[in-house]
Design a protein around this ligand. Sequence first.
Ligand SMILES: Nc1ncnc2c1ncn2[C@@H]1O[C@H](COP(=O)(O)OP(=O)(O)OP(=O)(O)O)[C@@H](O)[C@H]1O
Ligand SMILES: [Mg+2]
Length: 247
Amino acid sequence: MQIIAFISGKGGVGKSTLTANIAMALSQRGKRVLVVDLDPQNTQRFHLGMDPDEIAGLVREGITPSSIFESPFGMKFIPFGRVNDAELHEFASVLKKNPNWVANGIDSLADEFDFIFLDTPPGPTVYLQQALRAANRALVILLADAASFATIPKIIELVEQYTAGRPEFVRMSLLINQMPTRGRLGHQVRDAIFSNHDEQVVPVVVHKDERVTEALAFERPVLEYYPGCKASLDIQYVTDWIIDTVE
Ligand SMILES: Nc1ncnc2c1ncn2[C@@H]1O[C@H](COP(=O)(O)OP(=O)(O)OP(=O)(O)O)[C@@H](O)[C@H]1O
Ligand SMILES: [Mg+2]
């Protein structure tokens, strides 16, 4: 069983999109996949086809069999849940007191899944900390731009800090998303990422593709909305890479 945290230094890079789509690609290959939304924005439900009026989630129910929803796209799913400011505040203090709250919840479900994906908010948060204490791999999502490039040392440092002393944590990998098909700058940054972090970069990039945004507008994974588009094909290659490096 693999527990993969999807993380980033910068927001809006595509963590939630890739969590949902790689989860779907693995489900299509017969893997049992659980997606856990650890982001208070509670947006993973838009990717995974959940009833918008649903308020349940891990804040109120915990990470337990009874908080699992079945997504129409093949995977199982635990949403963050819709909560007010007071509940969020209270939950954050529970997490601060118990750094293994997520890890313990996931432990109780581990036998039922081949992969558990943790979607996180950007930057250093208590949610990132919890995710990295539960995960055995981290996938850092990056854009091929200067701002993302600049966040790499910091996020590597955070991963090292939060996973220190946990031999179960196997590796951190960097995945470039929204790679432009044209323009020199993107290619220069991509080359710099590959040459500076050769050992850690996923050897496939996910291209920028407007079908991804369109799919989200229809509240579906792009793999379902347009399985043959460029981004969907890239996501299939990333999924191959994940399976190859795990087995
Ligand atoms: N490969 C891609 N091509 C085009 N658009 C993309 C691609 N990947 C993600 N996007 C778009 O980028 C936006 C941000 O994506 P997403 O919400 O997945 O990012 P995030 O990292 O989870 O953001 P946050 O940090 O707020 O959680 C969305 O509009 C999404 O459709
Ligand atoms: Mg997100």
